[in-house]
Write a protein of this length. Sequence first.
Length: 410
Amino acid sequence: MNGFWGLLRHRDYRWLVTGATVSSLGGSIAPVALAFAVLDLGGSATDLGLVVAAYAMAEVVTVLFGGVLGDRLPRQLMMQGSSAAGFLTQGVVAVALIGGWASIPLLTVVGVANGCLGALAGPSSSAMTRQTVPAEDLPRAVAGRRLCQNAAQVLGFSLAGILVAAFGSGWAVAIDAATYAVAAVCFGLIRVAAPPAPQSRPSLVRDLRAGAAEVFRHTWLWLLIGQALLYHLFFGGAQSVLGPIVVGDSLGRAAWGWALAALMVGFMVGGLVSLRWQPRHGLYAGTALLSLTAAFPLAMALSDQLTVLLLGAFLHGFGLELFSVNWDLSIQQNVAEDKLARVYSFDLVGSFVARPLGLALTGPVAAGVGLDRWLVVVGLVMGGSSLLALLSPDVRRLQRRAPEEIPSDA
């Protein structure tokens, strides 16, 4: 009963993990189905990029408000409402595609709606884990939830292409809609206390300022959010733009699929290790291991051997997952309950706000300096920024807290 399966004795955690896992499964099928839907409608790569960018921009713009609402309203209600609305929006897309009256503008508008819905519920979902288990079980609960969601993503990515090829994009999106419905039911069965109502209700702007102040109160927090900004600015384009080109030209398109599979295996192994290995200075260890993410772009740039590429991808996923578990736990254990959702929203915004810029600039910059040379730069930035973060005493000294030390009040 000391491992992950023992955690499932907690009813609310069991429903949270089930809903989040099912939602991750559908969320992995949807992007593949959407991409083929746009192409089947006659869209170009630019059209597909605009559809994806609209989703990403809506998510970034909305997520801060999701953090405020997640600290004001019952978080399970935010998650249930978002999933129920997602069932409706994806249901419309599925019916439109199956019925033959879908269009690229329709997919774009629904993508914006889905981006907003996901952003409104995301901070609440991240903050919910702490409310569903006793404090002494929180480290394993964080790792176990991430492991289940990663496993669902592996399955979803594996099934997505098969579903689209066998039944069409519309039916694949219909499966995604069904997972939203299942998740909404699961989240509706969670029974945790609502956040205490404040004596006075501040404005949204004041709530955002309070969340920002909480982020900047912890040096390790804002420093590593900045490091995440660099990671997504540089690696987003390296993976989405350069990876398929460089690997496809040198090793064949199938090799790129194997590399992404090795990346996900790294995530899975990292999650399994984190269930057992709980270092006292978890953030320090996780940040050091985050430097392993440099292995993937460096392998793409410097080797034409498949085994080296797969090893680099595995190390990337392994290091990133061990960092992510310890990062998530550090936030859960060091941020007051009434600010937790807002801190997660600032983490999401800070991490992803520069990703669209990186996607837009990678092609022109890499063409100017050379694809392999730019991948080396990406690897050095990713590994070097992680190691530089270790120079901060706040990152090195932060320790896992005992259950009685976890803050509950602002």
